[in-house]
Design a protein around this ligand. Structure first.
Ligand SMILES: NC(=O)C1=CN([C@@H]2O[C@H](COP(=O)(O)OP(=O)(O)OC[C@H]3O[C@@H](n4cnc5c(N)ncnc54)[C@H](O)[C@@H]3O)[C@@H](O)[C@H]2O)C=CC1
Ligand SMILES: O=C1[C@@H](O)[C@H](O)[C@@H](O)[C@H](O)[C@H]1O
Length: 336
């Protein structure tokens, strides 16, 4: 069976996911596209999915009888409405992060999916599918003893002027928020944020870099440097200190050179390249589960917890240095 997929939001990542579904992965085909900017959907049809039908609205695409499953890759603020519509239609749905821009919105999705009685939603936290993180998790689970500290960094070369201080949490740190819950199999109980002096390349409405400190229920302390105008490259670092040893996220494969009296290798500059393989693996996982009428991988619950934690981190930005408590509601049995 070929899974017939519709894509809502055909900008940077929607186009890229459409490309991988039609040209890289197996078992699925893009049959429908929708974007408020129709020219963008038309360009994806022309370049990638010539057989796809273009719908005026995301809701019309979800309702189409020949669409089996949906990808929601529009702007974050529009995700909730489309994911709720997909659940109401009983169609598997892959939603890019964030699941919703408020914790209340994410909760509405959890409640709708629980009411439906079966998983339909996968959230686009692709790091769980990255081979480096998978190897790191294996080392954390079996080699280095119980985790005590995590040192991490999320660095982007540059962000535009519209990127303001809370976006470092909602748009950027949200990947660490999700991946460390998974890596440590633990939940957060508090967040703190510290701001060193802002770097010279920062913008008027952005305090950059910042350090986010998360504490887990088992007492692990995670410190993450978020530095989104670091200039030198796109760099994701993670080191877990355990009772018996230390495990470090591998660097992406790069050719080592002896050149100009230096031992060197290039550092990536674009997030699309850093996680290119994990996007492939997460979407193949979506296709397999959706073909069976369900979903696997990161859940709506994970998206909801990420939203609650993000909100706590933004409050912690406003109360610099103070710990902000994170209280999670009871997890519904659907997500155990
Ligand atoms: N997992 C990851 O590593 C990444 C995830 N993302 C997430 O993917 C989402 C999209 O990001 P980008 O592709 O970078 O943005 P983008 O701005 O390039 O594309 C978004 C597209 O959605 C369309 N759109 C906006 N509102 C819409 C609506 N109501 N209905 C239909 N289409 C609508 C826009 O016209 C645009 O073409 C965001 O939520 C972002 O956080 C983005 C980059 C990386
Ligand atoms: O999701 C992403 C972007 O939106 C975000 O801006 C980057 O910092 C992340 O690394 C990337 O994965």
């Amino acid at each position: 069976m070929t899974l017939r997929i519709g894509v809502i939001g055909t900008g940077a990542i929607g186009r890229d996911h459409a490309r991988r579904i039609n040209h890289v992965l197996g078992g699925a085909k893009i049959v429908a596209l929708s974007d408020v900017n129709k020219a963008s959907a038309e360009a994806v049809k022309k370049d990638i999915a010539p057989d796809a039908v273009i719908y005026d609205t995301g809701e019309a695409l979800i309702a189409a009888s020949d669409v089996d499953a949906v990808l929601v890759t529009s702007w974050g603020a529009t995700h909730e409405q489309y994911v709720l519509a997909a659940i109401a239609a009983g169609k598997p749905c892959f939603c890019e992060k964030p699941l919703a821009t408020t914790a209340e919105g994410a909760r509405r999705i959890v409640d709708a999916e629980v009411e439906h009685g079966k998983r339909l939603v996968q959230v686009g936290f692709m790091r769980r599918y990255d081979s480096g993180y998978v190897a790191l998790k294996q080392a954390v689970d079996t080699r280095i003893g119980a985790p005590i500290i995590v040192h991490a960094a999320h660095r982007n070369p540059a962000v535009p002027e519209q990127y303001v201080t809370p976006m470092a949490i909602h748009d950027t740190l949200i990947h660490e928020i999700d991946v460390f819950r998974w890596l440590l199999d633990d939940d957060y109980i508090s967040a703190r944020v510290l701001f060193p002096r802002s770097a010279a390349r920062s913008h008027a409405k952005l305090k950059d870099p910042q350090i986010v400190i998360l504490e887990t229920a088992r007492g692990t302390i995670i410190n993450v440097e978020v530095f989104v105008n670091c200039h030198y490259g796109y760099d994701i670092q993670c080191e877990v200190v355990g009772e018996d040893g230390i495990a470090r996220l591998p660097e992406p494969m790069a050719i080592q050179m002896r050149l100009g009296a230096k031992l060197q290798n290039d550092i990536l500059t674009d997030w699309k390249d850093r996680f290119i393989a994990s996007y492939d693996v997460e979407l193949q996982d979506f296709i397999h589960a959706a073909a069976k009428g369900t979903a696997s991988g990161p859940t709506s619950w994970d998206g909801y917890v990420a939203a609650i934690t993000s909100d706590a981190c933004v409050t912690a930005q406003e109360k610099e240095g103070q710990a902000v408590a994170i209280n999670l509601p009871t997890r519904p049995a659907l997500y155990n």
